[in-house]
Design a binder for this molecule. Structure first.
Ligand code: SAH
Ligand code: SF4
Ligand code: F3S
Length: 489
């Protein structure tokens, strides 16, 4: 039985006392039960089930948080919908780049219109952007119809906060600056039945000078290996085949635990969980990637042959200004070590163009290292000034037209290298996790290789959620066509 079902069962048989308990997560169960009562009386008034919509901006960390929010909404009696004209609409926000914020503001206007038609609609905002005092102030001033605002540290208190809104307290806003707590065991509703993210740590201590994440997610906190393994086991029992271990810098996992455990050791232990077929992880900081981890990746059969290893820049001068703690030579040596241990390994990366002070030589250095490493894919970002970060105050911010030109050139090289690399598995038989029936051609199943590339192959819908061997017959740019293979080569 999944943690979700277990909690819901607990909720059915749970008789709330007169006062909410002080301990967590018991306190949230108390509020969940009370929230369920309020939702059911609103539904009776409306003569229908209440609907809720959760929209996620940002990274896998936020996606996972949204699954927890959906778990609570379902347990409270809401029906989840895709439309934003729901009885409750929640945006889980991101603030890593300015355009993430702009998207939220743009769409909030739309939500205001829905609320005019349905005045009892609840509009809620949470996530990284809400941890910024300027964003919080702007929402309160320009979008007064927002009923609930909370941040990243108190997400586990969603049931309680929702209860306060539903019981008519008026707009509720609760944002914490930080927390030491990691509250577990609340329900989560997975987006995919067969794959799931698993948080192994929260926060970040690295303070790369361009990045706002440490300010909005707080200091590094690791979950204990026991909690992580228990969650993986219960996901496996619930049919999950692929898990992605999540943290801003998984390579520094476990350092702050009472009994320190390395990420490599954790990986070896997760690899033992029966039923799990694939393990991914994200994100690895190059400065902390140990040889111990390279060996663990090589030895653990379930760990995917794919590593996301953000480079950010190929210029030593910029890497220093970015506070990344490695040089281009360090990075190249690291990728050499990785490739000699795992020749098939797919490497992907993140790159920033237009960091303050960036010169033509800096971008040439980046283009050079991209060609040398040979990434399967790279996510290229235009530097976005985040107020409060050291880089925002650096001189020589780069003019937009220069950045656009450099960005275009980098993208061209990234795509060229990616296309060349993608076809290297043609003719091989490889395991594929079947993810869904192909939308255009229902006789095809669409799945994913462990290097993350997509494969389309003839197959029965019953394969969805299973890992099956597929011969990769043809590479078409960034995806493969294949056919099921009886025996693995
Ligand atoms: N913790 C991860 C990255 C999290 S943010 C890591 O260190 O690898 C994801 C990516 O967003 C970063 O790798 C970086 O390339 C990009 N990014 C972060 N801040 C940015 C900014 N201010 N402007 C542009 N891109 C940024
Ligand atoms: Fe941001 Fe750097 Fe932390 Fe990644 S490691 S979240 S880029 S500060
Ligand atoms: Fe965005 Fe927060 Fe992730 S700022 S990238 S959602 S950690």
């Amino acid at each position: 039985m999944s943690i979700f079902e277990e909690n819901i069962r607990q909720l059915d048989s749970y008789v709330p006392g007169p006062e909410p308990p002080l301990r967590e997560p018991e306190r949230q169960l108390w509020f969940l039960k009370e929230t369920r009562r309020l939702v059911s009386s609103r539904a009776a008034e409306a003569g229908r089930k209440l609907t809720a919509n959760v929209h996620t901006f940002g990274c896998q960390m936020n996606e996972r948080d949204s699954e927890k929010i959906r778990g609570i909404l379902l347990a409270a009696g809401y029906e989840l919908t895709d439309g934003e004209d729901a009885d409750l609409c929640l945006y889980n926000t991101c603030t890593v780049r300015e355009n993430a914020n702009m998207k939220v503001y743009g769409r909030l206007g739309l939500l205001g219109n829905y609320k005019k038609k349905n005045p009892s609609m609840i509009i809620a905002l949470c996530g990284c952007m809400m941890q910024e005092p300027t964003a919080e102030a702007k929402v309160k001033e320009s979008y007064p119809f927002v009923d609930l605002i909370f941040g990243t540290h108190n997400l586990y208190r969603f049931a309680e906060l929702l209860y306060r809104v539903l019981s008519g307290e008026g707009p509720v806003c609760e944002i914490w600056e930080s927390t030491d707590e990691v509250v577990e065991e609340l329900p989560a509703q997975r987006t995919y039945p067969f794959k799931s993210g698993v948080n192994i740590m929260y926060g970040c201590n690295n303070f790369c000078t361009y990045c706002i994440v440490p300010y909005v997610r707080g200091r590094e906190r690791s979950r204990t290996p026991e909690d992580i393994l228990r969650e993986c086991e219960s996901l496996a029992a619930d049919g999950v085949k692929e898990i992605m271990l999540l943290g801003q810098n998984v390579n520094s996992y476990g350092k702050t635990l009472e009994d320190p455990v390395s990420f490599a050791e954790l990986l070896r232990r997760v690899n033992e969980v029966e039923g799990i077929g694939r393990i991914r992880f994200m994100t690895s900081h190059p400065k902390d990637l140990s040889d111990e981890l390279i060996l663990a990746m090589r030895d653990c059969d379930k760990v995917c042959g794919h590593l996301h290893l953000p480079l950010q820049s190929g210029s030593d001068a910029l890497l220093k200004k970015m506070n990344r703690h490695y040089t281009r030579e360090d990075y190249l040596r690291l990728t050499d070590r990785l490739r000699s241990a795992m020749p098939d390994l797919s490497l992907t990366t993140d790159l920033i163009v237009g960091f303050p002070g960036e010169t033509e030589q800096d971008i040439q250095d980046t283009l050079d290292i991209v060609r040398r490493v040979g990434y399967d894919t790279a996510f290229t970002f235009i530097y976005s000034k985040r107020s409060g970060t050291p880089a925002a105050k650096m001189p020589d911010q780069i003019p937009e037209d220069v950045v656009k030109d450099r960005f275009g050139r980098l993208l061209a090289v990234v795509q060229e290298t990616g296309r060349e690399r993608s076809s290297r598995f043609t003719g091989r038989v490889m395991p594929v996790l079947a993810e869904h029936v192909n939308e255009q051609d229902p006789s095809l199943i669409t799945g994913r290789l462990d290097c993350n590339l997509t494969v389309h192959f003839k197959g029965d819908p019953s394969l969805v959620g299973e890992i099956t061997d597929v011969r990769l017959t043809e590479c078409r740019g960034f995806y493969y066509l294949g056919e099921r293979a009886a025996v693995k080569e």
